[in-house]
Design a protein around this ligand. Structure first.
Ligand SMILES: [Zn+2]
Length: 106
């Protein structure tokens, strides 16, 4: 993912509309790219910070953004784990089919 793509995806990230591969690629880019991280911080402040301040809440931008990124990391890990489990199951089923074919043809 390049900076242009990442910047386009910031609003979707902020509204929790990124998932799976898109979310993983976005977070990967953001964590390696100070420019996009800064852009994300600004948009995050505008989108969520203003709302919090209007409600009279104390708002720690850095803390809130870190929490959001950690949540994304968590979802990415869950997604990877699920894909991994699925792959193991598929392999097991394939192995069972091959074994059955061998037994039938023996
Ligand atoms: Zn970038």
């Amino acid at each position: 993912m390049d900076c242009k793509d990442a910047e386009r995806k910031i609003p979707f990230f902020l509204s929790d509309d990124l998932d799976g591969r898109g979310l993983a690629e976005f977070v990967e880019h953001i964590e390696d790219c100070p420019e996009c991280m800064e852009e994300l911080s600004i948009q995050f402040l505008v989108a969520e910070g203003m709302e919090q301040l209007e409600q009279g809440n104390n708002f720690n931008l850095q803390e809130a953004l870190t929490a959001k990124l950690e949540n994304a990391d968590y979802r990415i890990r869950i997604n990877r784990a699920l894909r991994h489990i699925l792959l193991i199951l598929e392999t097991a089923v394939a192995a069972a089919i091959i074994a059955a074919v061998i037994i039938v043809s023996a």
